[in-house]
Design a protein. Structure first.
Ligand SMILES: [Fe+2]
Length: 424
């Protein structure tokens, strides 16, 4: 199938506002290539968190749309990113995942680059180039970066939408999720491969509270949550650009560090603080593939919150690498941090009970969507849940809010934006 045929067929078979999503978009190689070009090469994608490289000359390797990039904090504290390719012969300049270096030496011919990008050393330069090599034209290729609340985003787009506009109203929810006070990442992110299309993760976190009572039903049976329908109460909210989240409410207990209440108040608006004080959980997806999660779990009889963000990184139509970061309030007590981490490990770390339930489902959905049959038989998914509902007007945050978490409105919004970009 050519790209033109794929796009024509996509527009014939996919109607997000009517809740019609074709199964083949979770497996088709042409769709996957188009996503790479029209979404991952164009939008902002999360690279990491500033607290991962706290010191001068710290660096980490990440990939942006599948291309390796070096993200480095310079001597001047500024964070920069470069394509991880020597400008002489194209060798991967840096091969360690993270470390501390003021400059990088290419393993092929020894070309040496400062962590600000300039080429500062060429072995035998004057002799072999006769003093004629213009090193000023050989700096590393810079990656466009933007940051928000410690999150580092990158894009290959030379003329991107400003990051602020891209995040739009979803910043209000990112503030609560990852910016309610100074947050830090604990350790390097964990990475694991799941034989799943990447969109299933994004979709699950953007709107799917409904699966909780079945997929994670054993958690209710174990008594870790009050009832199987505990995930229904609250709000489902979406904003421009496909972003959306689920806010579970109410919650009579304050599961965050008591001693940080003033810090929270300083970082948040009164409306955001009221919400977080009464919030049971926050689950959301920032388009295209960053999901965030704040959830509360009882550890040794005490309710404690834990925060994670994860990236559903495509590595093929039917395979993704999941990167998960455990994040914690930087100024919380060591004891609280420890308990929060225990809660994370128990629930949404790679070995967590929720995570294992979910990835099992993601894998089977992808297998059922694979090959030519779902395409030939035009198999579609039903995303009509909640279409009868009107948005509520008493929700304090921006965006379109519904007063019930069981809805697929956020997925329809997510896929509408996905389809717009695919057509761009
Ligand atoms: Fe789940």
């Amino acid at each position: 199938m050519t790209r033109e045929e794929a796009l024509r067929y996509l527009n014939e078979t996919m109607v997000p506002e009517e809740g019609v999503i074709p199964a083949y978009i979770l497996s088709d190689p042409t769709i996957y290539k188009l996503e790479h070009e029209k979404i991952f090469m164009k939008t902002w994608v999360l690279l990491g968190h500033e607290s991962e490289i706290p010191n001068k000359n710290d660096y980490m390797l990440r990939d942006l749309a599948g291309y390796s990039v070096i993200i480095s904090r310079g001597q001047d504290e500024e964070i920069r990113a470069f394509y991880n390719m020597c400008t002489h012969r194209g060798m991967k300049l840096c091969r360690a995942d993270h470390g501390n270096k003021a400059n990088f030496t290419c393993p092929y011919h020894g070309f040496n680059f400062k962590n600000t990008g300039e080429l500062i050393g060429v072995p035998l330069q004057n002799d072999i180039y006769g003093g004629k090599l213009d090193t000023s034209k050989m700096s590393l290729n810079k990656v466009t970066l933007g940051t928000y609340r410690g999150l580092i985003f990158g894009t290959w787009n030379d003329n991107p939408q400003p990051l602020d506009d891209f995040l739009s109203d979803f910043k209000w929810y990112l503030d609560i999720g990852l910016g309610r006070t100074e947050m830090e990442v604990v350790g390097p992110p964990q990475k694991f491969i799941v034989h799943s299309n990447w969109k299933i993760g994004s979709d699950n976190f953007v709107s799917d509270s409904y699966h909780t009572m079945v997929t994670h039903g054993s958690i209710a049976q174990l008594g870790m949550v009050p009832s199987a329908t505990y995930s229904k109460k609250g709000y489902q909210v979406h904003t421009d650009n496909g972003h959306g989240c689920l806010i579970g409410m109410p919650n009579p207990d304050f599961p965050f560090p008591e001693e940080l209440k003033d810090e929270y108040k300083a970082h948040l608006t009164p409306e955001q603080y009221d919400l977080i004080s009464n919030m049971k959980n926050l689950i959301g997806t920032l388009f295209p593939n960053l999901s965030i999660l704040v959830s509360h779990t009882k550890v040794k009889g005490q309710l404690v919150s834990n925060t994670t963000m994860r990236l559903w990184k495509p590595v093929g139509p039917d395979k993704m690498e999941v990167m998960t970061w455990f994040m914690v309030e930087k100024n919380a007590s060591e004891d609280w941090k420890y308990r929060s981490r225990e809660a994370y490990i128990l629930t949404f770390s790679p070995s967590g009970i929720f995570e294992q339930d979910d990835t099992e489902v993601f894998t089977d959905i992808t297998a059922a969507a694979s090959g030519v049959m779902p395409f030939a038989k035009q198999l579609t998914y039903n995303y009509t849940m909640g279409m009868h509902r009107e948005p509520v007007t008493d929700f304090p945050g921006p965006g379109v809010a519904y007063g019930d978490k069981f809805s697929e409105a956020n997925s329809r919004n997510y896929y509408r934006y996905w389809l717009n970009l695919m057509n761009s």
